[in-house]
Design a protein around this ligand. Structure first.
Ligand code: BGC
Length: 401
């Protein structure tokens, strides 16, 4: 395998999942509202299934970012994807924190000093408490609030951000937090979920325009969790194919159409293929991760080919698996990367691949047990970073391009 000369190899993390003590965010407040000995809300006494544990210091990357970027360097990477935290940067509505901006300036400078291209996400699932109190993404003004924040980020940190991603996985956030009720604010209402998804897309578009107005050269895009749907063998092949198309339209195409005129590239997170049989997603279990997610590298190639028609540069902004014992990770990377190469050979403008994740981190409502990291975090030993065997493999991939 050989990739184009300037292909970007990196890893991805997000602020809340790695930094620790994100005390001014809605997620932190939600995690702290649970009494973990009884499983109930401390104030209302209501049963709280999720989260299973709080994020606490997470990986302490807020303080240990240099060590983390050293690991990226050891991986021979030439890019890194991180997120910056709205709850820290705008702790009160309209009041920005000089201290937090100074912190992220140091973080980004430290990535640049290691010759890592910086891919910066402005919103990765968490919100400032003030924003949540105003109704969060249900509020019709939410997109305005976000674009004010996005603009401030580019004003103050723009020259250190090579690529800006406004919002990570708007549909996942709407689904998890407002339909399934597994993430804060833990609501279960389809109409709210749709409203939230619309507001998130609006926020992206407003943010995009605001940033481009100020800094036309900065590449700005959105990150989408693309689910690839396919039908293999089925008695109802025709109808299942129609159903798969419909699911693809709802989960992928609507969002792509909605952002088409407001994006410079597509950021794609690939974790899921849904194999449709008799109007249901019935995935084989021949190869699965610790979270029981089916691993299907060919799906990545197929979805990349489908995206070709949009004519945008594409980055795989996340792709990874929970694999505590590192049994599958090397093969996983090898086959996913092979799919990327095949897609490039068939004319897809794919420019980079970011493995999720550099470190084991706070996997949202599941807590810390799913281990996505190329690097293990020893939670019993001062959060020591221990590279897994697959780390060496990815370092070779990256080095040899
Ligand atoms: C999210 C990450 C998450 C990963 C694994 C992605 O949907 O962006 O925050 O940790 O999936 O579940």
């Amino acid at each position: 395998m050989l990739f184009p000369k300037d292909f970007l190899w990196g890893t991805a993390v997000s602020a809340h999942q790695t930094e620790g003590n994100n005390t001014n965010s809605d997620w932190w407040e939600w995690e702290q509202s649970k009494d973990y000995s009884t499983g109930k809300n401390k104030i209302t006494g209501k049963e709280m299934k999720w989260p299973v544990e709080p994020s606490d210091p997470a990986c302490d990357s807020y303080n240990r970012y240099e060590e983390d970027f050293d690991l990226c360097k050891k991986l021979n990477n030439n890019a890194v994807r991180i997120s910056i935290e709205w709850a820290r940067l705008e702790p009160k509505k309209g009041e920005f924190s000089d201290e937090a901006f100074a912190h992220y300036k140091k973080v980004l400078e430290s990535a640049k000093a290691r010759e890592l291209k910086t891919f910066v996400t402005l919103h990765h699932f968490t919100n400032p408490i003030w924003f949540a109190k105003l109704g969060g993404w249900e509020n019709s003004k939410s997109s305005e609030y976000f674009s004010v924040y996005a603009l401030e980020c580019v004003k103050r940190l723009g020259d250190l951000m090579d690529v800006v991603m406004t919002i990570n996985e708007p549909l996942v956030l709407a689904n998890q937090a407002y339909f399934k009720g597994e993430w804060c604010p833990a609501k279960k209402n389809l109409f709210l979920a749709i409203k939230v998804a619309i507001n998130l897309v609006k926020a992206h578009r407003k943010g995009f325009l605001a940033i481009k107005n100020l800094s036309p050269k900065t590449p700005v895009g959105i990150v989408h969790n693309y689910v690839y749907y396919e039908v293999k063998s089925s008695k109802l092949f025709f109808w299942d194919a129609v159903f798969a198309k419909l699911l693809d339209f709802i989960n992928n195409q609507i969002l792509l159409i909605a952002v088409e005129k407001h994006t410079d590239f597509l950021g794609i997170n690939y974790y899921f293929t849904g194999r449709i049989k008799s109007f249901k997603s019935k995935n084989p279990n021949d190869w699965i991760s610790d979270l029981n997610w089916w691993i299907y590298p060919l799906g990545l190639k197929e979805l990349l080919l489908r995206l070709k028609k949009y004519n945008f540069p594409i980055y795989i902004t996340e792709n990874g698996l929970a694999d505590e014992n590192d049994k599958h990770r090397e093969k996983f990377i090898k086959e996913m990367v092979k799919s990327c190469e095949d897609a490039i050979n068939e004319g897809v403008d794919l420019r980079g691949y970011f493995y999720w994740s550099l470190l084991d981190n706070y996997e949202w409502h599941h807590g810390f047990w799913p281990k996505f990291g190329l690097v293990e975090i020893d939670r019993g030993n001062n959060l020591q970073r221990n590279p897994r065997k697959s780390f060496e493999y990815y370092a070779q991939v990256s080095k040899s391009n």
